[in-house]
Design a protein around this ligand. Structure first.
Ligand SMILES: [Zn+2]
Length: 273
């Protein structure tokens, strides 16, 4: 932002934390805890941030497992209903696991990397502004604390003290919603996504391996629905929502995906294995 807008920030709405150009669902969860939550209650207590953090990782892992389970189960239902044998199904399942996990890892790595690049760019801009327009930056910080409920003089005092202590950290936290010590981590995001996808994909592969030919399709569908329902409930629980509706949504969606796959498999009903 330029010097003019910096000068009269007091009394305006706080600048919106920049949103990185990320598209992955998990990437949004991996993004630093939204500034809005911190702003709302002024909660930057260490323990709370850690809990929030862990929940974001767990929810991303639940989504990854969900993807692996449903995509692999649907694929196997489709191929099994085209009357494929066990070895073809095993090859199909393992290929789906490897391809999906790789795709998740690359997708997460690149989107969380852009997230981190955006965080770094914001920090650079902020550092530059602190050098070139320190007075406007102090006024900006004062305005932020005033809007959070501090009296003008106290807000000024707090802003001055924090600027003296570590100006960049104060602006990063309270203006941008970024913890400069804890930026987004692309490699961790990639590994967690790939691992959770693989765990989800492993369930239908295991079912195909142990269940006899005649019962395979219903067994894969049943196992997938139980898994999807549990993951849906777990994801809702982590998000602090009542579990019934999200579990039902994911069950209906999963049933629809597997039904379509089954119908497609039926139309290619050729004996291959
Ligand atoms: Zn600033």
């Amino acid at each position: 932002m330029d010097a003019m807008s910096e000068l009269d920030t007091a009394g305006q709405t706080p600048p919106v934390a920049p949103v990185a150009a990320t598209r992955g669902r998990a990437a949004r969860l991996f993004a630093r805890a939204p500034a809005a939550t911190k702003r709302a209650g002024g909660r930057s207590h260490h323990v709370e941030e850690h809990a929030q953090h862990r929940t974001a990782w767990l929810r991303a892992a639940v989504l990854g497992a969900n993807d692996g389970l449903l995509s692999t189960a649907s694929l196997l239902v489709g191929v099994a209903s085209a009357a494929a044998g066990r070895s073809v199904l095993l090859a199909t399942g393992v290929a789906a696991l490897v391809a999906g996990a790789g795709s998740m890892a690359i997708g997460e790595f690149s989107s969380v990397s852009s997230q981190r690049d955006a965080e770094r760019a914001d920090l650079r801009t902020e550092a530059e502004e602190l050098r070139s327009i320190p007075r406007a930056e102090l006024a900006e910080l004062t305005g932020i604390y005033q809007r959070r409920g501090l009296a003008p003089e106290l807000a000024r005092e707090v802003a001055e003290a924090l600027t003296e202590h570590d100006a960049l950290a104060a602006h990063a936290r309270d203006e941008l919603g970024i913890d400069p010590e804890d930026l987004s981590r692309p490699l961790e995001a990639a590994l967690i996504s790939a691992a959770s996808f693989s765990m989800g994909a492993f369930i239908p592969i295991l079912v195909v391996l142990v269940v006899a030919a005649g019962a395979r399709v219903p067994a894969v569908v049943g196992a997938a629905l139980v898994g999807l329902g549990s993951l849906g409930a777990l994801g809702a629980h982590l998000g602090g929502a009542p579990p019934a509706r999200p579990a039902l949504r994911v069950l209906l969606g999963g049933a629809a995906a597997m039904s379509i796959a089954w119908l497609v498999g039926q139309t290619f009903d050729v004996s291959v294995g």
